[in-house]
Design a protein around this ligand. Structure first.
Ligand SMILES: [Zn+2]
Length: 911
């Protein structure tokens, strides 16, 4: 049967050979790279021929055990006729001399990154998923793990010549203009984690010492001219992530927590230069079972500029996008948080990914899910558990880009899809957001300590080899003595999520509650299985009953003992299950919950339900006015200093979305309704809001990496900017002046950008002049420029004029992934303009057609804004279908296969 996908699981049988060792000599000039490779294979089955992956390689020679072999090269693979058939167990060597040519826009294999003036061109690699076959012929498979020897020969002027493993032959002169260096990697590594980089960087290094005395040299390769203090702070953060990973992961992480905290503090002080602590550190750590310890001599983070990804965990050589590798005057608070997360995330992949590797691209989700969970633990350690959990929730509910929205789109894929067109299709929010929610449900059902044990068991069982998601589940089942297979089948193979209603009825005669849970959203498939936790509360704020139940049917009724009657229910504690609750209780019960629920996550869910009802009311009746009760609720929450301190403005996050299909995709109307609500609050509480704005206008010293101070600053900024955006809805000259003052005088990027966004969406007569001013100001700083473009792309008015002005600037480069993403992808996601206005649709179409040739990854992302077309009003749907058909006709199936295929798939799904 022909499927609609280019790759399916059946196309990933076990490789017919075991790859034992790869030895590479990579001879680099600025225009071409000659790779001499020798691979040692052992046949796993009888073989007469062998197929190797090879993409865009020029083949100079190919030999088997030193003798020439016959081969054909077509469809990105070389088929070798072995000199004679070999039996299983036979070892043989294939040597190849091939040439590849780096480019500026194929960001896979070896490619050019931005080069400092006067230096030889910087060349770096990106191999996930199938980039290595653009460097040398290989079995480009996650199971082809082997040891590596890599020799680099390149221009002596490069500051660094880098690959994976430890240096086995120091850098020395090769000839008059070139140097050579050799790396040896004795830990088995799959090709997708290979890294090679030659370039000019400023290196910042410092030794990191584990509690047991083992030392790792940390190297940060920053862009030349980087600020020394910022780079050193970045090294402090690297060390912090590595230390935290050691002390706060592993099988016993929930034991001896005080000792761990103390050890963490002492090691941090020692790293920052304090002496005389080593004895105490040794004593504290003597009996402590810690987590992952890095096995190599050097751990490196390398700044890259042109990439489709924020970071890549090449073994021992993490690449991170330059704008997220170190603090900077232009970094936003969200990006600073991202920086912390990405450093820990990529480092943890050395264990989860590098040591224990998935078996096929279909298991990438697990690799990411577990790594994201650990990353979130790290961020929670610094920013607070509630704050990070709310941050997760935002990624589920965000309209358009959140997983609840993506999961019901025309091209949504299950966590383990039936197939894919390009491995990058697997790098989605389903992988990074929904999949971790699935593994979190397993954690909820096992309990955190057992989950930690099971994860450790999995990492020990498969150290140095490959494992499938089923292997991971078996480890969970072995520790929990439960069967997760039915639950996993549904969550991994079905798209969508359960929509759940729950009802609790009190029975005074037995002092118990009868709880009925109903789920829908599984269509013709099986009901979902999920943990369901909750609390019944009375109006005095007392817990009357606490329950936890596994839901595995469409409708389930169960009874829980109470201590008296209750007035409201807290459902889905901590949002532990990936479900969307339909709230049926009256407003009064929801208001009671926002007042009495001490958990910010479930409190937020009640608030969201109230906000949606308010939105729905205004949308259904254009003459309706915003309610005072809701405005009071917002003001009361904003005035809760304790909550704002722990969670910033997130408890008040108000999404422009409703579930009513009539308005769910009426983006312009949704925006207008929210502005109306904001105007209601601003008119009622103008004085109080102005006072709050001043109260949260605080500046701490965030020069050093002191997580508690950063956390306080970020949360204050968030509250201040929410207050400003409420006031901005008044759109008066007076408010314009306040916004403009914040734009002009803010030291930090977050506050300046928040003000810029509001100003560009306002009716202020000089908004175009402000755009010009920021274009000039940001032009010399890549990060500031990207942030500026995003702000313009998100604007609620004149968006297309703003963007055309930016496109016309000589500063803008479409080949720069960061700039293209900020302009085109952000614009596409600004649906009230990109889909609902004539000039928006025209600009969207032109942009997609042009960008398809340059960056397929971003273009495919832009196409996802079409994926809910089925649900749009007929007239708009017809307009959008025309646009999409014109795109499909204009995009070349050969040049941009993934874009073409995705456009066709969306059309097919809608037609
Ligand atoms: Zn990752």
């Amino acid at each position: 049967m022909k499927t609609e996908y280019l790759f399916c699981p059946a196309e990933f049988p076990n490789p017919p050979v075991i790859v034992q060792h790869i030895s590479l000599t990579v001879d680099i000039t600025e225009t071409e790279v000659t790779v001499t490779s020798e691979t040692r294979f052992q046949a796993a089955e009888p073989l007469a021929s062998l197929r190797l992956n090879a993409k865009n390689l020029e083949i100079k020679s190919l030999t088997q055990n030193g003798k020439r072999v016959e081969y054909t090269y077509a469809d990105d693979s070389i088929t070798l006729q072995l000199n004679r058939p070999v039996s299983p167990g036979t070892e043989f060597r294939i040597a190849a001399k091939t040439v590849c040519r780096p480019t500026d826009n194929i960001l896979e294999g070896l490619y050019y990154d931005i080069t400092p003036k006067g230096q030889p061109r910087t060349i770096i690699s990106q191999c996930q998923q199938w980039g290595f076959q653009r460097i040398a012929p290989c079995i480009d498979d996650m199971r082809a793990k082997c040891t590596w020897t890599t020799t680099i020969i390149a221009d002596s002027r490069y500051s660094n010549l880098i690959s994976n493993g430890n240096v086995s032959r120091e850098r020395t002169r090769f000839d008059t203009t070139r140097d050579t260096i050799t790396y040896q990697n004795d830990e088995p590594m799959p090709p997708y984690l290979f890294f090679l980089g030659v370039g000019t960087w400023d290196t910042f290094e410092k030794d990191f010492c584990y509690p047991d005395g083992k030392t790792v040299r940390l190297e940060l390769l920053a862009l030349p001219g980087s600020d020394k203090h910022d780079a050193e702070t970045a090294v402090d953060i690297m060390a912090d992530a590595i230390l935290w990973t050691h002390i706060f992961t592993g099988p016993e992480r929930f034991e001896d927590t005080e000792t761990r905290q103390k050890l963490y503090e002492l090691c941090t002080r020692r790293f920052r230069g304090e002496t005389g602590l080593s004895e105490e550190i040794t004593a504290l750590s003597a009996d402590l079972v810690c987590g992952y310890q890095y096995p190599y001599e050097v751990y490196r983070e390398i700044a890259m500029q042109n990439s489709d990804f924020g970071g890549m965990e090449n073994t021992g050589n993490t690449t991170i996008i330059a704008s997220r590798i170190m603090p900077d005057a232009e970094i936003t608070d969200a990006s600073y948080e991202y920086m912390l997360g990405v450093k820990q995330h990529e480092f943890y992949h050395n264990l989860n990914g590098s040591s224990v590797t998935g078996d096929t691209p279909f298991s990438i989700w697990l690799n990411e899910a577990v790594t994201v969970m650990v990353e979130d633990e790290y961020l929670a350690f610094h920013f607070g558990r509630d704050y990070i959990r709310l941050n997760n929730i935002l990624q589920l509910y965000a309209p358009g880009t959140g997983t609840f929205s993506l999961d019901t789109g025309a091209v949504s894929m299950p966590i383990e899809p039936e197939g894919f067109n390009d491995p990058n299709d697997l790098i989605t929010a389903v992988t990074y957001v929904k999949a971790p929610e699935f593994t979190r449900m397993i954690e909820t059902m096992l309990g955190k300590p057992a989950f930690a044990w099971a994860l450790d068991l999995y990492h020990k069982r498969f150290a140095g080899s490959n494992a499938s998601p089923r292997d991971w589940l078996h480890a969970m089942e072995d520790v929990g003595r439960t069967d997760f297979s039915f639950m996993a089948d549904r969550w991994l193979k079905q798209t969508g999520y359960p929509t759940v209603t729950a009802e609790a009825v009190y029975h005074p005669e037995t002092d118990s509650a009868e709880i009925t849970v109903t789920q829908k959203g599984f269509g013709t498939q099986n009901p979902w299985i999920f943990p369901f936790k909750g609390t019944l509360m009375n109006a005095a704020g007392e817990e009357v009953a606490v329950f936890s139940k596994k839901i595995d049917a469409e409708r389930l009724t169960f009874s829980v003992p109470c201590s008296g009657p209750f007035d409201f229910a807290i459902w889905n504690e901590n949002h532990a299950a990936y479900i969307r609750m339909e709230r049926t209780e009256p407003d009064a019960a929801l208001y009671l919950q926002t007042r009495l629920d001490t958990n910010p996550v479930t409190r937020f869910l009640a608030f969201s339900a109230l906000f949606e009802r308010e939105m729905q009311r205004l949308l259904s009746d254009e003459s309706a006015v915003p309610s005072d009760a809701f405005a009071d609720e917002v003001m009361r929450t904003l005035s809760d200093a304790e909550l704002m301190r722990s969670c910033g403005s997130m408890p008040l996050l108000m999404f422009e979305s409703v579930s009513d299909p009539q308005f769910a995709h009426a983006y312009g109307k949704l925006y207008a309704a929210k502005q109306k609500i904001f105007r209601g609050i601003a008119s009622r509480y103008r004085t109080e809001l102005t006072a709050l704005y001043k109260q949260y206008d605080v500046t701490y010293n965030t020069e050093e990496f002191v997580p508690a101070v950063l956390s306080a600053q970020f949360k204050a900024n968030a509250v201040k900017n929410l207050v400003l955006s409420i006031l901005a809805s008044l759109d008066t000259a007076e408010v314009h002046a306040v916004i403009k003052k914040q734009y002009a005088e803010s030291a930090g990027a977050t506050n300046r950008l928040a003000a810029l966004s509001l100003y560009l969406s306002s009716s202020a007569p000089d908004r175009m002049e402000v755009l010009e001013a920021e274009l000039l100001r940001s032009a010399s700083h890549p990060l500031a420029f990207e942030n500026f473009i995003s702000a313009a792309a998100n604007a609620a008015r004149e968006t297309v004029s703003y963007l055309k002005r930016i496109e016309a600037s000589p500063k803008f480069h479409i080949e720069q992934a960061g700039e293209a993403r900020s302009l085109y992808l952000r614009f596409a996601q600004n649906r009230k303009v990109s889909l609902e206005t004539t000039e928006g649709r025209a600009f969207l179409k032109e942009s997609i057609i042009r960008l398809a040739k340059v960056n397929a990854y971003i273009t495919t992302g832009m196409l996802s804004v079409f994926s809910h077309m089925r649900e749009y009003p007929d007239a708009l749907k017809a307009e959008l279908m025309t646009v999409l058909r014109e795109i499909a006709a204009a995009v070349s199936a050969e040049e941009s296969p993934a874009v073409y295929q995705t456009a066709k798939q969306i059309l097919a799904a809608v037609e």
